[in-house]
Ligand binder design. Structure first.
Ligand code: SF4
Length: 182
């Protein structure tokens, strides 16, 4: 199908992201080294959610899935922190980025039912209060969002290769996501 990436970028901003840019799919390069960091389980999501490793597939399966998309967007949510101990601000940004990702995914599903969309975000899927993993299938596969890192993507490198800053200056914090389309 024909995809109007400029229109989608404008709609991503309308849905609440702070910065959006075109994503060159050829820069999505899943790496075992990034996936290995998930296994360290710093974020406490490893093996606890259908959207995260190992349930989201092997790195080569993720790479094969990415190759089925033709274009996409990188999306960012940014905050200026009061200081380096502004944990409230960090948490607030995580919640906002997650809510915006859900809102934009819903928007895309409703407005582009014939377009294939892969939403990738920061952190594991939080769409349900509690994930069904591993006892029952995912309740809402259309709303499931995997973390970019879970797909083996080195996020700062992805931003650099697509000419969008990953670090927006001293005292700021930026969360990154990507939406792939076909
Ligand atoms: S949609 Fe619900 S069940 Fe599916 S991965 Fe997300 S939290 Fe888990």
């Amino acid at each position: 199908m024909s995809i109007n990436i400029e229109k989608l970028a404008a709609e991503a901003l309308e849905n609440g992201f702070d910065f959006v840019t075109d994503l060159d799919i050829s820069t999505m390069n899943p790496m075992d080294e990034v996936r290995d960091m998930c296994a360290v389980d710093k974020c406490h999501a490893y093996n606890k959610n259908w959207s995260c490793p190992p349930a989201c597939g092997t790195v080569s399966e993720c790479a094969a899935e990415i190759k089925t998309y033709t274009t996409g967007l990188i999306v960012q949510s940014t905050i200026t922190l009061e200081d380096e101990f502004d944990f409230e601000g960090i948490q607030e940004l995580g919640v906002r980025h997650g809510k915006t990702s859900v809102a934009f995914t819903k928007f895309l599903r409703e407005n582009y039912p014939d377009m294939k969309v892969l939403p990738l975000t920061a952190g594991g899927c939080t769409f349900c209060k509690e994930c069904t993993y591993p006892d029952a299938p995912c309740r809402f596969p259309d709303m499931r969002m995997s973390p970019l890192e879970g797909y083996g993507i080195f996020v700062s490198d992805l931003c650099t290769k697509n000419n969008i800053p990953y670090n927006r200056g001293k005292g700021t914090l930026t969360y990154v996501g990507a939406f792939l389309f076909a």
